[in-house]
Write a protein that binds this ligand. Structure first.
Ligand SMILES: Cc1cc2nc3c(=O)[nH]c(=O)nc-3n(C[C@H](O)[C@H](O)[C@H](O)COP(=O)(O)OP(=O)(O)OC[C@H]3O[C@@H](n4cnc5c(N)ncnc54)[C@H](O)[C@@H]3O)c2cc1C
Length: 400
């Protein structure tokens, strides 16, 4: 902890203590970059869970923290899509199985609180990382330096600042980076459930006319639920008596997991989107929800942020190998070049998928239905979708 220290000079400063910020700080520090993290020391409280695909898990393994998360994580072996609408044109049920790709699991469902706690402990213990236990109050960027100041007056100067301070980022605004924002007529109700039947590693997504209703396995006979609804219905469900709520959710899930018991406080998240017009500025890189926000459809948000982090680390390593400083325009341009296409394509894919569920327009329903039919029948197409869902650009490597 560095509260007493008033002036800190380092190679990189990361601002924001959510998963993106802490993973970046840890990754930079472990690659030998002298790093400071400006964030409250205590891990943020978050009762949600996150489905992380294999490449994201690999990054956590490289950082040496996966073994601490694994005991409370559940492998995701099968993805089942069920058309839960009563529409004229409906999609057939489709199964995506990790074994078909020759892997044990697509990834794991992890408990956010567990991830945040493990990350907070790892950051505190990392020798090459100075933790500044506060929020950033001011950020200034020039061609030479990034300077972050906290309320009590601690100043951190660095060659590179990484903004991981979330969707209303102070750093992004201070650098004058514009964003495009939009909203959806939907709210996600999120909670955890206990059920009487085993989930067998199957994540089930019902496609309903208001959005997905997704059950994702947790250890034992437990699952997390993301139920995308109208704001009005989500609000009604959130305040419902828990026994009645469990019954209503069980009906919606067609009792595939038996009887439900609600085991966490229901939370609601209005769905929205945001994309930063650029992910770099002088001495600044944006990552995670500072750069991109989209609905929780297809478990893409933090997985995309993990690719931001991997690309940032590789741009930093490339700069070091060339003897450049890590916040130089060339290093930042390399990072931006790698990120923009991935961010745009994921944001568009999630947007199209989400809107295709909402529309009553028959040709769109027919196209979605045909896509699911083809995925069910044609192995190479199904495997391509599975690979693209887990990591972009790998879909065309049709191995097994
Ligand atoms: C219902 C739901 C389900 C989801 N499920 C999945 C999933 O299954 N898979 C997936 O990949 N993604 C999922 N996501 C997306 C994922 O949760 C987000 O992408 C992720 O939490 C964003 O992390 P972050 O660190 O980028 O941002 P945040 O978690 O928002 O962290 C930003 C941090 O910065 C801090 N901060 C703000 N201002 C300052 C400041 N001035 N100084 C210092 N710190 C500051 C904030 O306090 C906060 O801790 C889901 C999202 C939702 C809403």
């Amino acid at each position: 902890m560095a509260r007493a220290k008033k002036e800190i000079t380092c190679d990189a400063v990361v601002v924001g203590g959510g998963p993106s910020g802490r993973i970046t700080a840890l990754a930079l520090a472990k690659t030998g970059v002298k790093t400071a993290l400006v964030a409250p020391l205590d891990a943020p409280q978050d009762a949600r869970t996150t489905a992380l695909w294999k490449k994201s898990i690999d990054l956590l393994k490289d950082l040496g923290i996966w073994d601490d998360i694994l005991p409370t994580a559940e492998p995701l072996k099968t993805m089942r899509m069920i058309d839960g609408s009563k529409r004229l044109i409906r999609s057939p049920e489709t199964l995506f199985e990790s074994a078909e790709l020759g892997v044990e699991e697509f990834g794991y469902n992890i408990i956010n609180a567990e991830l945040n706690n493990v990350l907070a402990a790892a950051c505190s213990a990392e020798e090459n990382l100075t933790c500044v236990d506060d929020f950033a109050e001011n950020a200034a960027f020039s061609e030479e330096k990034a300077v972050i100041t906290t309320k009590p007056g601690t100043t951190v100067s660095a060659d590179l600042a990484v903004a991981a301070d979330g969707r209303n980022s102070l750093l992004r605004t201070s650098a004058g980076i514009e964003v495009k924002r939009w909203s959806y007529p939907q709210t996600a109700l999120v909670l955890n459930l206990e059920h009487t039947l085993p989930h067998r590693g199957i994540s089930t997504e019902f496609h309903t006319p208001t959005g997905p209703f997704t059950l994702v396995p947790l250890p034992g006979r437990q699952s997390s639920l993301v139920c995308v609804e109208t704001a009005e219905t989500a609000g009604r469900l959130k305040t419902m008596d828990k026994t009645l709520l469990a019954r209503e959710l069980e009906d919606r899930a067609r009792s595939i997991l038996g009887k439900f018991t609600v085991i966490s406080e229901p939370q609601t998240f209005p769905l929205s989107g945001m994309t930063a017009q650029s992910v770099i500025s002088d001495r600044l890189a944006l990552i995670g929800e500072t750069a991109h926000v989209f609905p929780p459809v297809g478990a893409q948000g933090l997985n995309l942020s993990m690719r931001d982090i991997a690309d940032l680390i590789s741009a930093v390593a490339a700069a070091q190998a060339k003897g450049l400083d890590i916040g130089s325009p060339e290093a930042l341009r390399t990072f931006e070049h790698k990120r923009m296409a991935d961010i745009r394509s994921r944001t568009n894919a999630v947007d199209i998928l989400n809107r295709s569920l909402l529309t009553d327009f028959l040709p769109v329903q027919a196209a979605r239905s045909a896509g699911m039919y083809l995925a069910g029948k044609i192995g190479p197409f199904r495997r391509l979708l599975m690979r693209e869902g887990m990591a972009p650009g790998t879909g065309f490597q049709l191995r097994p």
